[in-house]
Write a protein of this length. Structure first.
Length: 260
């Protein structure tokens, strides 16, 4: 196996099968099984070859649907998960606990970080399987090219979401690997959120799309709000540096150069 031949000093475990509400709802077995297998194989493999430090990356969807906001790390397993992504969430919770179990049984220095919604260059812009940010960028871009009078978003537009640029996330992960060693997990986020409608308007502004925004009320909203507390990470001396509007504009430029 690769890990046995190369024997890395440290492992960042970011591999996962990911997708939005539609993908989670359509392929629940794939989302649960694939993610369980990825984390079980890599975490166990890292232990087997003596990796000094491993960081497992999860997702903010591990938290209960109605967790008090902003969500602190202590909210884990205190309530019912959001049904639209529970398969993915259950797998990610198992990953945190597997790291904790290896720490307890073997003394492994395995830690867990839970990033909020990430965005940036290299994202998946497929309308059927992507997350909200790249889907909106693609949708607004195509509407602009077609001269369409409006674009349609799922649900009411009122759910609030937090976003972090992938470069900020990478920087936070390195910071944690250098400065943190404990069971449990640390939230990785910006500490600020926007409504889906506000996000859509930001994307339209970045793209230069002037049409109206319509709502498909037959589609679900998902979790009402998902803002994670970033207090624990801030207390360790880290804060994000990329503003959301600037980040969206940069991603659209990347999309134009690489995907459009």
């Amino acid at each position: 196996a690769w890990i046995e031949k190369n024997k890395p000093d440290a492992v960042f475990l970011a591999a996962a099968k990911v997708g939005g509400i539609l993908a989670n709802d359509t392929y629940p077995a794939d989302f649960l099984y694939d993610n369980l297998m990825i984390e079980a194989n890599i975490i166990n493999g890292a232990h087997a070859v003596g990796v000094e430090k491993l960081m497992f990356l999860g997702s903010s969807c591990i938290y209960p649907k109605f967790a008090p906001q902003p969500i602190t790390e202590e909210a884990l397993l205190t309530g019912t998960l959001e049904p639209t992504n529970e398969w993915y969430a259950i797998a990610k919770i198992a990953g945190i606990k597997l790291c904790d179990a290896f720490r307890k049984q073997h003394g492994s220095d395995f830690i867990s970080g839970m990033p909020t919604n990430l965005y940036g260059p290299g994202d998946n812009f497929d309308l059927n399987s992507s997350h909200v940010m790249p889907a909106l960028i693609r949708k607004a871009h195509e509407a602009k090219l077609a001269g369409a009078p409006s674009i349609t978003i799922w649900g009411t537009g009122t759910p609030r979401r937090e976003f972090l640029h992938v470069d900020d996330c990478a920087d936070a992960c390195v910071h944690l690997m250098k400065n943190h060693s404990a069971a449990g997990h640390v939230n990785i986020g910006s500490g600020e959120d926007v409504t889906i409608l506000e996000l859509t308007q930001m994307v339209c502004d970045a793209v230069g799309y002037k049409g109206t925004i319509e709502h498909d009320l037959t589609k679900p909203d998902g979790t009402p709000r998902k803002l994670m507390s970033a207090d624990k990470l801030r207390a360790m001396g880290w804060a994000p540096s990329i503003d959301l509007k600037d980040g969206i504009s940069a991603v659209y430029r990347w999309f134009l150069d690489n995907k459009a």
